[in-house]
Design a protein around this ligand. Structure first.
Ligand SMILES: Cc1cc2nc3c(=O)[nH]c(=O)nc-3n(C[C@H](O)[C@H](O)[C@H](O)COP(=O)(O)OP(=O)(O)OC[C@H]3O[C@@H](n4cnc5c(N)ncnc54)[C@H](O)[C@@H]3O)c2cc1C
Ligand code: FES
Ligand code: FES
Length: 474
């Protein structure tokens, strides 16, 4: 069993209010011993790695109403609520048009299952300089609205982060919204990320670069880089080299070299400092050439593995302690069981319900073996506290078969011999069934994007793709 707990202080209470004022009251009362949870994709790992000592209560904000919206304000700015997920950003025409690098950055986060739960605000609050949405929102001059029992304050994103995983957010505060400007009519901007693989990769270096031009002449330039210092770096020295000049190859090279010279990255598990420095120059060059020569790429109908891009929904209040039953519907059958508030939905499904088809491969959101559907959206169940499933509709691999008939994708996996050891297969099938519901005949790119969160250690990918093609054409 994989129980999420801290050294000597396991999570003993999971509270999910439905009113913001109740969240503020809980924060005022419990402050340092409580932690807000949205998607949980950062927090669950932090609790598991015991980097949040003293936290014994989770305040689940996913049942609050009114924080899931992306709004175009009358003054032209854009406001997104605390519960907006990366997949909602990816699905937003407004954001692709008016905040292109943010949409690109959200599209690069993890996998579809992760993006259906992980929020933009959670990405900002975790305050890792590797988190992808910080550089675009810096270029878009974002401000965060912070609320507490004592009232609201607005903090610019530039002031918000104070170091690696630290910010000015107080323990009694919640971020309710992020507000930022739209791209100017004469501005083009692009997000570029270098990782150690194409998907499911935390940035080695990422950056957002924007230029405004009058004819061929640059009138303003913004360069924000991440994963190169404790917080996101705005590289003024490189920006000023571009202004009042055309975007010539020589000027691009000079700006790229200035950006690399201005940063002092560190060695870590993902990269050496030397490699990072080289990558800074490479991504600044690539971004400026893209802005000069081509339109930033928007993916064709991106596969979300969800009808809406989010599994967060308003719902009834939860206050779960060690003895509290969870009630939920699993594969259409009402289920009830008692679990500790710190345990994951994966453990509840396997240990309490005995539905062992859902597998635990990594318990870190990396492999997709634990994929299930919650309220229509594919998610990684190893990153969802069991208490968050209260009142929700869950589908596991056991629920794909209907009236004794295998799902067409299950049948196609058998007929194409797409199974070797079989451990990854439930995850592929649940994610795959979700894809075929959303896009009945996916293109090869849509299939690759949709399955980016599912790994097969037996590496039987060709036959898996054959099975998908058969099921899609059935
Ligand atoms: C396998 C895997 C791959 C990943 N890949 C990427 C990637 O490619 N790029 C990337 O940038 N990130 C990546 N991440 C990190 C993570 O998914 C993102 O940072 C995500 O956006 C966090 O959002 P969340 O809603 O899950 O946050 P949570 O985990 O719920 O919360 C994160 C932190 O923010 C706090 N918090 C949440 N909401 C609020 C609020 N409204 N007000 C105040 N505090 C709040 C929580 O208390 C917690 O400290 C990855 C994570 C995993 C596990
Ligand atoms: S992603 Fe959940 S077990 Fe690997
Ligand atoms: S079939 Fe063995 S891990 Fe995929």
């Amino acid at each position: 069993m994989h129980e999420v707990q801290l050294s000597g202080t396991p999570i003993s209470r999971h509270v999910a209010p439905t009113a913001l004022q109740d969240v503020l009251d809980l924060l005022a009362e419990h402050g340092a011993s409580a932690r807000l949870i949205a998607g949980g994709t950062d927090l669950i790992m932090e609790l598991d790695r015991r980097v949040r000592p003293g936290v014994s209560m989770l305040i689940d904000i996913t049942r609050l109403d009114g924080l899931s919206h992306i709004e175009h304000l009358e003054d032209g700015r854009i406001r997104i609520g605390a519960l907006v997920t990366h997949n909602q950003v990816v699905a937003s025409d407004l954001l692709w048009e008016h905040a292109t690098p943010l949409a690109q950055a959200s599209w690069e986060v993890g996998s579809p299952q992760l993006r259906n739960r992980a929020t933009v605000v959670g990405n900002l609050v975790t305050a890792s300089p590797a988190n992808d949405t910080i550089s675009p929102l810096r270029v878009l001059d974002a401000e965060l609205t912070l609320a507490s029992d004592g009232g609201e304050r607005v903090v610019t994103l530039a002031e918000f982060h104070t170091g690696v995983r630290t910010s000015v957010l107080r323990p009694d505060e919640i971020v309710t919204h992020v507000t930022f400007r739209s791209l100017y009519p004469d501005e083009r901007a692009v997000f570029v990320k270098a990782g150690n693989r194409n998907a499911q990769a935390i940035s080695v270096v990422h950056g957002t670069i924007s230029v405004r031009r009058s004819g061929e002449t640059v009138t303003d330039a913004r360069i924000a880089l991440g994963s190169v210092a404790p917080t996101i770096v705005a590289v003024d020295s490189a920006e000023s080299l571009l202004v009042a000049q055309p975007l010539s190859d020589d000027n691009i090279l000079a700006a790229a070299e200035a950006a690399a010279a201005a940063c002092k990255p560190i060695d870590d598990v993902r990269s050496s400092a030397g490699h990072r420095t080289a990558m800074i120059a490479a991504i600044v060059t690539r971004a400026l050439e893209t802005l000069r020569d081509a339109a930033p790429i928007r993916p064709e109908h991106p596969a979300l593995l969800s009808p809406t891009g989010t599994s967060h929904r308003p719902g009834s209040e939860v206050d779960a302690r060690a003895t509290t039953d969870i009630e939920t519907s699993v594969n259409g059958v009402p289920m009830r069981g008692t679990r500790a508030p710190g345990e994951t939905l994966l453990d509840w499904i396997r240990d309490e319900l005995g539905l062992t088809g859902t597998k635990e491969g990594c318990a870190e959101g990396e492999c997709g073996a634990c994929t299930i559907i919650v309220d229509g959206s594919a998610v990684m169940s190893c990153l969802v506290p069991a208490s968050m499933a209260e009142g929700r509709h869950v589908t596991t691999i056991e629920g794909l078969e209907v009236d004794g008939e295998l799902h067409p994708l299950q049948q196609a996996f058998i007929e194409n011999a797409a199974v070797q050891c079989g451990f990854c297969i439930p995850g592929f099938l649940v994610a795959g069934a979700s894809l075929l519901d959303e896009i009945p005949s996916p293109t090869p790119n849509q299939l690759i994007d949709a399955m980016a969160g599912n790994l097969c250690r037996c590496t039987g990918y060709y036959k898996i793709v054959d099975a998908f093609n058969q099921a899609a054409n059935a």
